[in-house]
Write a protein that binds this ligand. Structure first.
Ligand SMILES: [Fe+2]
Ligand SMILES: [Fe+2]
Length: 229
């Protein structure tokens, strides 16, 4: 069910909004930012780990996410004619310092699972091109990260019951954030429509009055008569 809804959303996005290389570049830029944010969160998680081997595994995971960010960056520049738009990086810790460290991996695991499924659906919907090619190896890596982060949760002592509860909390928090994003987009869209209506309905009257005032000011400051002095 989730997969069918997600597939529909992706196909609608491709048909309605990915209609120019600039829009595609902007979406890929979003993927790049998400991957780069993931690297930052993994580095924050490493600081809270004790075992050197676990730290090394997560460091390697971070390198792969960094590689994904680089790949998306290169593909984005192909669609944007070599240009890169400014990026906004989220730099907020997922959990408080006194929360168990394994919870970070529960959050990361849910993100990895969603990313794998979305990228797979996107790849299935895309025509041949550099983004489709790039997604192949990224999907393989993300699948590995889903298993890796789940193993990490178990190795760090979280019980299956605790993991299930945390997954539900993460899902709810991600759904709430997604809803806020949709709400913001709807408000922005509505504001644009209302302001455009005001502009087109009142514009002609205001323009006439403004032109009259402007003409008046031109005469007021006309200094041509000084040339006769
Ligand atoms: Fe990734
Ligand atoms: Fe990943």
């Amino acid at each position: 069910m989730w997969s069918a809804i997600e597939n529909l959303k992706i196909r609608l996005s491709l048909a309605l909004t990915w209609r120019s290389p600039e829009r595609v570049a902007s979406a890929i830029r979003g993927f790049q930012v998400t991957e780069a944010d993931g690297v930052w969160h993994l580095h924050r998680a490493i600081e809270r780990l004790e075992d050197p081997r676990t730290k090394a595994v997560i460091f390697t995971h971070g390198l792969e996410e960094e590689c994904h960010a680089d790949v998306f960056g290169s593909v984005q520049r192909l669609y944007a004619g070599g240009l890169s738009s400014p990026m906004h990086f989220e730099r907020k810790d997922l959990y408080a310092a006194d929360d168990p460290a394994w919870k970070i991996f529960a959050f990361v695991n849910v993100g990895e699972l969603d990313a794998t499924q979305r990228f797979r659906l996107l790849r299935g919907a895309l025509p041949e091109g550099p983004l489709r090619d790039a997604l192949k190896s990224i999907i393989d890596d993300e699948e590995g990260h889903v298993h890796l982060t789940y193993d990490m949760l178990r190795r760090m002592g979280a019980s299956p019951g605790e993991i299930r509860v945390e997954f539900v909390k993460v899902r709810l928090s991600r759904a709430w954030e997604a809803w806020l994003r949709v709400g913001k987009r709807m408000v922005d869209g509505l504001a644009t429509v209302l302001l455009s209506l005001v502009y087109f309905l009142l514009g002609p009257f205001v323009a006439r009055a403004a032109r009259r005032r402007l003409e008046h000011r031109v005469v007021e400051f006309d200094s041509a008569h000084l040339k006769h002095l």
